[in-house]
Ligand binder design. Structure first.
Ligand code: CMX
Length: 435
């Protein structure tokens, strides 16, 4: 069958024409007005980026190349006997906009397995990290170090012409994604186990091998969870901190390893990916305070005490979304199928019934509904992966899919260095005083 790289080579000239036509026809059109408040307000709603893999609607949530999460679950190839979409197929979709065949999906599994091994010095680098170093910092260190073997960095030194950038960028992106399970598995086993890792199985899919390296491949439902987890965490359009950071650093022609390490550093913040760790901490603290079977009133009181002490309710709210995150709903559906009686799942469900009303009453959050991070931790905990400091690493493995897909297209289409304009407060005052 046709490989992903061959398909890309066909699509790139067409997309270049498409972008050229858009720019000729609409290049001078305005997307809106920029207000001073937007500069001070974290650029909310500011139209500023091109991102092709996914688009986020405030009410409906994410679509990957036009497809909702349930549509992806329906349309993308699955593992033999599995019900969840394979991340390999999602990557193909993100890159090409097309649903791959089962054969093409298998070819990606095999290719990633073949590229999975880490350079010895990167293994040693991870092994030398103290177990007290946060897993996300270890992750970022390891991904940065992969730049040692970057095909793009080498090609650039050898004077590769701009039109050919995408080739070695593609190779680096495939290497990056392929090597993440080995990094994640090594960090996990070093910090929480005896540091010994099994070999990957080249006949199995990506999520199976990730689960295997973490020590959970004997639980088929966990492997299914990982397939779903990677798919729903892969991409969330371009403006979120990790995606935008990856794109921004890539625009300096830093290779995909450097670009993605920077993205990981952003994902490691508590308002972004680290929220999945924070949610579980918060839920556990709640449980130790209110016990196994709390009343609704107990939960209400606990949420109010969180807000009154000036903290956020982790897993709730979103910069763009204004309804319950469909990524939350996909995980809830998974829990209803696989662990309906789990006490922690029930607690998270109970919080879901209560927290939005309180956040509305408190009146600050623009979105009182849960996001993706409100649910993921309890699913992992159910299967025994209860080391919450590790959770954001799994988010990081997943988010590479979306960032890599866009890095390939940015270099294929010759996206320039990003350089928006900044202003000082003094300059703003001067601009508008007396006007
Ligand atoms: N609990 C308490 N207060 C909240 C809140 C929450 N869950 N969500 C928003 N608010 C507050 C904000 O802190 C802000 O307060 P101040 O005016 O005092 O600063 C106010 O409501 C308005 O914020 P907003 O416009 O609704 O939200 P932002 O776009 O500024 O921020 C987000 C979005 C996600 C950072 C915020 O909702 C939050 O902190 N949520 C909790 C952390 C979380 O779950 N993050 C994960 C997001 C998904 C991801 O990236 O992984």
């Amino acid at each position: 069958p046709q490989s992903l790289k061959e398909r890309l080579a066909e699509l790139i000239p067409k997309e270049k024409e498409n972008v050229k036509a858009i720019r000729t026809e609409y290049g001078a059109k305005a997307l809106g007005q920029v207000t001073v408040d937007q500069l001070y307000g974290g650029m909310r709603g500011l139209p500023a980026l091109i991102w092709d893999g996914s688009v986020l609607d405030a009410n409906e949530g994410i679509r990957f190349r036009g497809k909702t999460i349930p549509e992806c679950q329906d349309l993308l190839p699955k593992a033999d006997g599995g019900a969840e979409p394979l991340p390999e197929a999602l990557f193909w979709l993100l890159v090409t906009g097309e649903v791959p065949t089962a054969e093409q999906t298998k070819a990606i599994s095999a290719e990633w397995a073949a590229r999975a091994e880490l350079p010895k010095f990167v293994e040693e680098l991870i092994d030398r990290c103290p177990p007290t170093l946060h897993p996300m910092s270890q992750f970022s260190v390891a991904v940065t170090a992969l730049n040692h073997d970057s095909a793009f960095a080498k090609a650039y030194q050898n004077g590769i012409p701009k039109a050919e950038y995408w080739g070695p960028i593609y190779e680096d992106c495939m290497d990056l994604i392929a090597k993440l399970p080995a990094i994640a598995g090594r960090i996990y086993r070093n910090v929480y186990g005896d540091g010994k890792l099994p070999a990957i199985d080249a006949t199995k899919d990506y999520a199976w091998n990730l689960s295997h390296l973490l020590g959970f491949s004997d639980k088929e439902a966990f492997v299914e969870l990982m397939r779903l987890y990677i798919v729903i965490h892969s991409d969330h359009e371009g403006g979120n901190v990790s995606a935008h950071t990856g794109k921004l650093v890539g625009s300096a022609l830093s290779d995909p390893f450097l670009s993605y390490a920077a993205a990981l550093d952003g994902l490691a913040g508590p308002l972004h990916g680290l929220a999945n760790q924070e949610v579980l901490l918060w839920v556990m603290k709640m449980r130790s305070k209110v016990g196994e079977n709390p009343s609704d009133q107990d939960i209400k009181d606990y949420i109010w005490s969180t807000l009154k002490s000036g903290q956020v309710v982790p897993g709730y709210g979103h910069a763009v979304l204004r309804k319950t995150d469909p990524r939350y709903m996909a995980q809830r559906a998974f829990a209803l199928k696989h662990l309906p009686e789990d006490p922690l799942f029930k607690l998270v469900g109970q919080i879901y019934n209560i927290a939005p009303g309180i956040l509305l009453e408190a009146g600050k959050a623009k979105n009182p509904w849960p996001n993706v991070d409100a649910h993921s931790g309890i699913l992992l905990t159910y299967y025994g992966l209860d080391q919450m400091q590790f959770y954001t690493v799994l988010f990081g493995v997943s988010r590479a899919f979306g960032v890599a897909a866009q890095l390939i297209w940015d270099r294929a289409l010759g996206a320039p260095l990003e350089r928006p304009k900044s202003y000082s407060s003094e300059a703003i005052k001067k601009m508008f005083v007396g006007k």
